[in-house]
Structure formats: structure tokens, C-alpha cells
Write a new protein. Structure first.
Length: 86
């Protein structure tokens, strides 16, 4: 059941992050789920480093969405950096 909820929450977080982030990302269903899971995981790691969460404690929903939006911005910069003149 844990993997199922990870996927569902990853999808919800990824969809909310894509909705709040301006611009159009051509990300499919799987990439949206991975975006939400990565946002949640990194929010937990950052929160543990800053002392907001203890080890084994999941990140908060809002923190996960914020980190997912940051990941979307990074994704947009990396994906948009093509050859000059494009």
C-alpha cells in the first residue's frame, strides 16, 4: 500500500506544481509523478538538514509542492538551453 500512496501523492503534488508554475512543460503522466515524488523526497532531505523534520518523517505537503516547483524551474532552464539562435 505504501508504493500506491507514494504514486498517488506524487501525482497530486506534480499536478499542483505544474498548475502553479507558469509556462508549459511537455511532461507526461510518469514524469509528473516522478516530479512530485522527487519534490517530496528533496523537501524531506532539506527539512531534515534544517531541523524541520526528524529522520523517517515525511515532508509536509506545501514544502513538497514548493520544491517540485523549484525542480520545474530547473527543468525548464535545462530543457530550454539549446544551441544559440534557437
Amino acid at each position: 500500500m505504501g508504493i500506491f500512496w507514494t504514486i498517488v501523492l506524487g501525482l497530486v503534488i506534480g499536478v499542483i506544481a505544474k498548475f502553479l508554475h507558469p509556462g508549459k512543460e511537455n511532461m507526461g503522466f510518469i514524469m509528473t509523478i516522478l516530479l512530485g515524488i522527487a519534490g517530496s523526497f528533496l523537501a524531506g532531505v532539506i527539512g531534515q538538514y534544517l531541523g524541520w523534520y526528524r529522520a523517517g518523517e515525511g515532508a509536509g505537503f506545501i514544502a513538497s509542492v514548493i520544491v517540485a516547483i523549484v525542480l520545474l524551474m530547473i527543468y525548464g532552464k535545462v530543457r530550454g538551453s539549446g544551441p544559440a539562435g534557437k
